[in-house]
Design a protein around this ligand. Sequence first.
Ligand code: CIZ
Ligand code: SF4
Length: 365
Amino acid sequence: DEDQLHARITAAKEALGERVMVLGHFYQRDEIVTHADFLGDSFQLARAALGREEAEYIVFCGVHFMAETADVLSRDDQAVILPNLAAGCSMADMADVAGVEDCWAQLTRVLAEEGGSLDTPDETGKVPVMPITYMNCSAALKAFVGRHGGIVCTSSNAAVVLERAFEKAHRVLFFPDQHLGRNTARAMGIGLERMPLWSPGKPLGGNGNTVASLEDSAVILWHGFCSVHKRFTVDQISAARAEHPDVRVIVHPECPMEVVDAADESGSTDHIRRAIESAPAGSTFAIGTEITMVSRLAAEHPEHTIFCLDPVVCPCSTMYRIHPAYLAWVLESLVAGEVVNRITVPEAEAADARLALDRMLEAVP
Ligand code: CIZ
Ligand code: SF4
């Protein structure tokens, strides 16, 4: 049962001591978070993976792309372990290398008619297109971005990364999350008419693929989305305001544009956490992000009223797959000298992915 699992995890962690570091994402369940040496968003966790030199094992309680990123950034002799290999991310799965290569090839053909190549600077010194990927994607895609001069971003630094990109590129191809791309670009003053949507497998300019030419575009948006954040609606915000006139509505930028518009502010999970921690006691918050995190914030801050915008509780199903039984199993295996569920990114791919991650860390130190 739950108490037994808690005791087993605690004992295994104690036996391993400094040799193991357990990382927990904000969306992980409380029974996991209580064992985390470090809790954070994907960006903070990527950096935490760099931080603990004596750790031989990094047990990543989050989803697959996050564990891959930790492997890319950590030393070769540090093993990154994902307690349940079935913990993926449906948004990350919406962009694969074959699809993005195909997009790149089609855009190259469009450009070839105008003469040039996508990642070769023109007479202005800028490249026609720079690929930008949200952290929520496979290491293979980060490698694609690295090879083509692009940058990784997270929801806490997307604006800074896009600014940096436009210093060196006329336009960007942004994947996998259309909403983060659209919300960030719009906040920079880029008009919707300059943000065509790329639907993989669809012909240029047809069937939902609104990219007709490069000419008028600034941000080409990949069609991907987060199934959790896509559920939030403007009606939910109206209902929250009707019931709590003083409510402060904060949503994650993975939410649709009209939801971000109707909210008081939008920001990363860490932004949400800090906004709540710095508010005067007695504040009321309606939050548009994953329920597990919202419930934890509500429990940690009894001085405020905090609730999730979506009344139908819907956790991220893949984050939820990190059950304490898996954490107990991987830790006990380590105690027994066996490394299970190790996530390894091939070195050539890791080297290219690191280029794209390093450009982010350089833009946002
Ligand atoms: O939706 C996610 O998976 C988020 C917010 C990840 C992260 O921590 O940036
Ligand atoms: Fe992926 Fe959305 Fe879950 Fe985050 S909350 S891991 S983007 S499905």
